[in-house]
Design a protein around this ligand. Structure first.
Ligand code: NAP
Ligand code: MG
Length: 403
């Protein structure tokens, strides 16, 4: 069989610990035998990030912007313990935060649904994708402890020196205060990323805030979404047979629980933080959650939603067997290859991505899976395998599918 040719390189961002081990296994077993893999490689492993003082992370994000599609392995976000462990020169920021700041994107998280791993919510049949706005609100707020009685005001000083004031509260005793913000530009980027992703995946888009209570703040989110939708997307949505609809967040929660799934749920920053963990858990496992960052210019970066699975890595280093789930990382690769194939008009690459995903899902549905899934599956006669044998089992099915 001839290997599938690529024309444009994928930006490959390698990572840390157990996921770095899986990364190589996936390439060796599931990609390189079938594709003439063209990547521009960036090593985001912590040692090399430190060696380059994190320049490699910035370079990789710029490469993603240049080529349009990236695939990323999970990476360590340094903390005090990692400073000692890796003798780091600095406590670098999370690579994801650095990349997100450069690409200005929205993060979409979707569960990989398989038979045998049943959602806690019985009505859910299709995945629910959470689109989380990744800028501002409570994540960039100023807070204050109020020591005692007094008046709190919001003050905005324009460039011309003019002040606008709004009373927050007349305190008659100690309390707390918080001031947060967002920008029309960021909200607009968020909206466009959501509309583009809905079109690309052919799914309805839901958006919800608390605009009845927050008549200026949340209402502005609602208005910006609606204006951009009417001006730029309504016709495209009609043509694609999909829908955009806005509702109150309380109503959205009730509808989500009663729904079958199969749509994108756009959430403000805090709502998305909380709801994505709720949805991931209710669908079964963090190891079965994909994540894709989409920037307003269309650049996409695919990754797994989980971390570097440190505990398994330490076992691996001791020579012990691990049973680490590689599904989300495999789907990061298939997502990126499919996108590259679509952009470059390489049908074979798109079909390869589809088959790789089918082979992965069918392997689990036939009863062969890693330990994390074996613990929660409803299937009987489960064959629990180690990290490597799971990937090898997928390869057997993939080879069949590729003829
Ligand atoms: P984690 O790597 O997601 O793992 C937490 C636990 O979840 C694991 O110990 C394991 O449970 C289970 N798990 C997660 N993924 C799994 C998989 N693929 N297969 C089987 N089990 C899996 O989170 P963490 O331990 O909190 O973080 C480790 C490192 O990852 C940290 O340095 C953090 O900074 C980094 N991180 C990176 C990203 C990213 O790059 N996007 C995201 C989150 C965290 P058991 O041990 O019980 O088997
Ligand atoms: Mg969270």
């Amino acid at each position: 069989m001839d290997k599938i040719k690529m024309t444009t390189p994928l930006v490959e961002m390698d990572g840390d610990e157990m996921t770095r081990i899986l990364w190589k296994m996936i390439k060796d077993e599931l990609l390189l035998p079938f594709i003439d893999l063209k990547t521009e490689y960036y090593d985001l492993g912590l040692e090399y990030r430190d060696e380059t003082r994190d320049q490699v992370t910035i370079d990789s994000a710029n490469a993603a912007k240049k080529y349009g599609v990236a695939v990323k392995c999970a990476t360590i976000t340094p903390n005090a313990a990692r400073m000692d462990e890796y003798h780091l020169k600095e406590m670098y920021k999370s690579p994801n935060a650095t990349i997100r700041a450069i690409l200005d994107g929205t993060v979409f998280r979707a569960p990989i649904v398989v038979k045998g791993i049943e959602p806690t919510v019985k009505t859910w049949k299709k995945p629910i994708t959470i689109a989380r706005h990744a800028y501002g609100d409570v994540y960039k707020a100023s807070e204050m402890k109020v020591p005692g009685a007094g008046k709190a005001e919001l003050v905005f000083t324009g460039e011309d020196g003019k002040e606008v004031r709004e009373l927050i509260h007349e305190f008659d005793g100690p309390g707390i205060l918080q001031g947060m913000h967002n920008t029309e530009r960021s909200i607009g980027s968020f909206a466009r990323s959501c509309f583009n992703y809905a079109l690309e995946t052919g799914q309805d888009l839901w958006f919800a805030t608390k605009d009845t209570i927050s008549k200026k703040y949340d209402h502005t989110f609602k208005d910006i979404f609606q204006e951009i939708f009417d001006a730029e997307y309504k016709e495209k949505f009609d043509a694609a047979g999909i829908e955009y609809f806005y509702t109150l967040i309380d109503d959205a929660v009730a509808r989500v629980i009663r729904s079958e799934g199969g749509y994108i749920w756009a959430c403000k920053n805090y709502d998305g933080d909380v709801m994505s963990d709720m949805v991931a858990t209710a669908f079964g496992s963090l190891a079965m959650m994909t994540s894709v960052l989409v920037s307003p210019d269309g650049t996409t970066e695919y990754e797994a939603a989980h971390g570097t699975v440190q505990r398994h890595y330490y076992k691996y280093l001791k020579g012990e067997e691990t049973s680490t789930n590689s599904v989300a990382t495999i789907f990061a690769w298939s997502g990126a290859l499919r996108k590259r194939g679509k952009l470059d008009g390489i049908d074979e690459l798109v079909q390869f991505a589809d088959k790789l995903e089918e082979a992965t899902i069918e392997t689990i549905e036939s009863g062969t899976m890693t330990k994390d899934l074996a613990l929660i599956t409803t299937l009987e006669n489960v064959n629990t395998v180690n990290s490597e044998d799971f990937i090898k089992a997928i390869r057997v099915l993939l080879e069949k599918k590729l003829g």
